[in-house]
Design a protein around this ligand. Structure first.
Ligand code: FAD
Length: 504
């Protein structure tokens, strides 16, 4: 019997790879260090309340991914949810994506006219520096809309002036999204008298999306069960601690579970663990230059304070962006709007989202203090009285966002090239696995293509989510502050230590 493929990580990428392998008759061994599957796409369960890390929409233009989701879960487990998200700014709610009528009535005719002029002005005189996020967004929206809807949120979430963030992120994430698209697309489709063509949509304009009724974790729990049923192995609370390389290939992975260590022989290693951590566990150690590159890749972390309130104190939106500079919270999810199966007892659960660095003041606060802070901020912005909050839970998610700073690309290249040359049967996949802002679909797709590569294909998985062939024109998730929901990180300037607690 040939040695199995060892898959590191039981998130979307790892489990997708494992499922594809087991279906092909090659049962793999998945090792997952946590006690739950799903990675960042897990569903957290506390006292019967369920919530995501952020909110995970299931939307893709990658057909094999869509088919995969429907192979794992039957139709009755999916809900088709309307998307609603607004910006809370200056005491008013603005629709997002921006809708002309709503923006006009909120801004007032005079300010709306100024925004229009400002949009036209940048057509004549574009910002000088298009390499910054500020320049990129201004060139798409004009200065005034940038000031109203992008600047404050970005700077609040990232703690860095948008003029110091790189346009690369904007180019990847706001591609295809412009004021013109936002205004014209709905008009165009209503004139054409038909629903919007999914294949032509930038994701920001998606009006509805699929969602597993018990949250995204349901997808990955079911996937793990199927892998096991078909003869694969999913080993929980088992951490990959060493990848052994001999004669130009990985030959084994040492894993630890509690006090026990075990060496598992491997034909290939598919790794969705953070790229930085992978480089550090190779034996014999990778050269100093590669270690330095790994040490120089950074992450942005995330925490949610989930507050239980009476259902009628919730809001119809899936989430609301909070632009107010007076509070630290960046975004608020209403998990009851995602699925009625996540909540119970005539109550809903509001997820106050804070963007942090692991170990900073907010991250290190006690859960009790964080629940008190979330409650206070909910009341401060006038959404829910503090006395209406009945319970609170805190979930910290380290490494939610790979940081794109101005040298991350070179660092990724150094690590990638080393593996390609000295251990080509080690295959990095997924989001942190490749240090790339892949959503579930692109994380999964890199895993699917990797399995095909193991079977002899020659896909360039680094092109997924970059080149047109693989690219979902993807303005989405976007937030007013970011062009997406704030679940993506822009490129940060290289001074992480100075950035401090951006949420604070
Ligand atoms: C706030 C937020 C909102 C998002 N919203 C959406 C959305 O709406 N739609 C969408 O499609 N995507 C969304 N995403 C992206 C999505 O969460 C990720 O793309 C996806 O989870 C990445 O899957 P992955 O398997 O590559 O990595 P992960 O989900 O990070 O999983 C990696 C797994 O590896 C495990 N692991 C790490 N190290 C080891 C080790 N040494 N040994 C064993 N196991 C290890 C981890 O415990 C983890 O379970 C969002 C992300 C964030 C942060």
């Amino acid at each position: 019997m040939p040695a199995p493929v060892i898959v590191i990580g039981g998130g979307p990428a790892g489990l997708t790879a494992a499922y594809k392998l087991v279906v092909a008759g090659e049962p793999p061994v998945v090792v997952e260090e946590d006690s739950v599957v799903g990675g960042i796409s897990r569903t957290v369960v506390r006292d019967g309340w369920r919530f995501d890390i952020g909110g995970h929409r299931f939307f893709t233009k990658v057909k094999p991914v869509e088919e995969f989701w429907h192979e794992i879960l039957p139709p009755e487990d999916f809900l088709l949810r309307p998307r609603m998200s607004r910006i809370f700014y200056g005491g008013k709610y603005y629709d997002y994506p921006i809708k002309l009528g709503n923006a006009l009535s909120n801004l007032g005719v005079v300010e709306a006219f100024r925004c229009g002029l400002s949009f036209l002005w940048v057509r004549i005189r574009p910002p000088k520096d298009l390499t910054t996020l500020e320049g990129y967004i201004v060139s798409n929206y004009g200065w005034r809309l940038f000031d109203h809807f992008f600047k404050t949120y970005n700077e609040k979430v990232w703690g860095v002036p948008a003029s110091e963030l790189s346009a690369d992120w904007g180019a990847q994430r706001i591609k295809g999204m412009s004021l013109w698209n936002a205004v014209w697309e709905p008009v165009r489709s209503s004139l054409a008298g038909k629903r919007q063509d999914k294949s032509k949509l930038v994701t920001s304009l998606i009006e509805e999306f699929e969602y597993p009724k018990y949250g995204p974790g349901m997808m990955w729990e079911r996937c793990a069960e199927k892998i096991t049923d078909l003869g694969g192995s999913v080993r929980m609370e088992t951490k990959a601690t060493t990848v052994h390389v001999e004669n130009g290939a990985a030959v084994a992975v040492t894993v630890s579970c509690g006090d026990t260590e075990e060496r598992l022989t491997a034909s290939h290693v598919i790794s969705s663990m953070p790229f930085t951590a992978l480089a550090r566990i190779v034996d014999p150690p990778v050269p100093e230059k590669v270690l330095r590159a790994a040490d120089d890749l950074h992450y942005r972390d995330f925490l949610t304070v989930a507050l239980v309130v009476p259902e009628d104190r919730g809001f119809p939106d899936n989430w609301i962006y909070i632009h107010s500079p007076d509070v630290l919270v960046g975004r608020i999810q209403n998990f009851g709007s995602w699925s009625p199966y996540l909540v119970k007892d005539g109550r809903t659960c509001l997820g106050m989202e804070y963007f942090v660095f692991e170990g900073d003041d907010l991250w290190s606060c006690s859960d009790e203090d964080l629940v008190a802070l979330g409650t206070k901020e909910l009341a401060a912005i006038g959404l829910v009285e503090a006395s209406d909050v009945e319970a609170g839970y805190v979930v910290r998610m380290p490494k939610a966002y790979p940081v794109y700073d101005d040298v991350y690309r070179q660092n990724v290249e150094v690590i990638r090239k080393w593996f390609e040359q000295y251990a080509p049967n080690v295959h990095p996949v997924g989001r942190n696995g490749m240090h790339k802002y892949n959503n579930q679909d692109h994380s999964m797709y890199t895993a699917m293509l990797t399995v095909e590569n193991i079977h002899g294909a020659h896909h360039d998985i680094w092109s997924v989510n970059v080149e047109e062939e693989y690219h979902e024109v993807d303005a989405d998730q976007g937030g007013p502050g970011t062009g997406r929901t704030g679940r993506d990180a822009p490129i940060m300037p290289r001074r992480t230590s100075e950035v401090g607690n951006v949420a604070g």
